[in-house]
Design a protein around this ligand. Structure first.
Ligand code: T5A
Ligand code: NA
Length: 210
């Protein structure tokens, strides 16, 4: 009956992984796929370099500015906080968000620099909890072989090796680990299946949490 129909919400789906693991390629393919299935979906990314905070982050990443490790950590977190209410509105209105990096990047990269992991996690408390985290798994060596490993601050093999170790500490059983060394289309197919299942769960009333 129309009157009893519960508004279905969108899913918060996060892709994580080392630099060059293929997140951006897969996020845009996933959005196209979901739209093709008749679903409302948007591509989001963190850092969102378009905001004032995002511009400070971008300057730091391109080595145009220097910042204390704690300060940049808090800016990455602030960049997520400034988007929180819009994310919530979109999700509640039924739009699925495919997000290229989220809090896990924040914690993995900063703790890889040596910052205390609990300190790193604390400013993330209260952000929306993802319904799905898909980790694109690639060795740092393989990732470095891919095109365009550039001049950005963290794009160095030795540092990416540390980040990979810190991501491992963050994994829990709910993460979907996808072998990112497969051909692009195979990774895509796997992500389509797990994302669609997640979207359906959310449509069926899985609550949104912080
Ligand atoms: N960061 C981020 C923090 O420190 N704290 C935080 O809180 C956050 C959010 C910027 C940096 O900021 C750090 C992490 C980062 O170091 P970014 O702007 O997202 O983050 O930049 P990157 O993650 O570095 O984005 P990349 O573009 O490097 O990597 P992607 O998106 O993972 O990879 P993608 O899709 O661009 O692909 C890279 C290359 O590989 C090829 C692609 O064609 C492309 O050439 N490729 C494949 N090749 C073979 N097989 C496959 N399956 C392939 N998939 C892709
Ligand atoms: Na990217």
């Amino acid at each position: 009956i129309e009157g009893n129909k519960k508004e279905s919400r969108g899913a918060l789906i996060v892709l994580e992984g080392l630099d060059r693991s293929g997140k951006s390629s897969q996020c845009s393919r996933l959005v196209s796929y979901l739209e093709g299935e008749g679903l409302s979906a948007e591509l989001w990314r963190f850092p969102d370099r378009t905001t004032n905070v995002g511009q400070m982050i971008s300057a730091y990443l391109t080595n145009a500015s220097q910042l204390d490790d704690h300060t940049i950590h808090l800016l990455f977190s602030a960049n997520r906080w400034e988007k929180r209410s819009l994310m919530e509105t979109k999700l509640k209105s039924g739009t699925t968000l495919i997000v290229d990096r989220y809090s896990y990047s924040g914690v993995a990269f900063s703790s890889a620099k040596g910052l205390d992991i609990d300190w790193c996690k604390s400013p993330e408390n209260g952000l929306l909890a993802p319904d799905l985290v898909a980790y694109l798994d690639i060795s740092p060596d393989k990732a470095a072989e891919r095109g365009g490993y550039g001049d950005e601050r963290y794009e160095k093999l030795e540092f990416q090796q540390k980040v990979a170790e810190h991501y491992k500490v963050l994994h829990d059983a709910s993460w979907k680990i996808v072998d990112a060394c497969q051909p692009i289309e195979d990774v895509e197919k796997q992500l389509q299946e797990i994302a669609l299942a997640c979207v359906k769960q959310c449509q069926q009333g899985k609550p949104l949490s912080s």
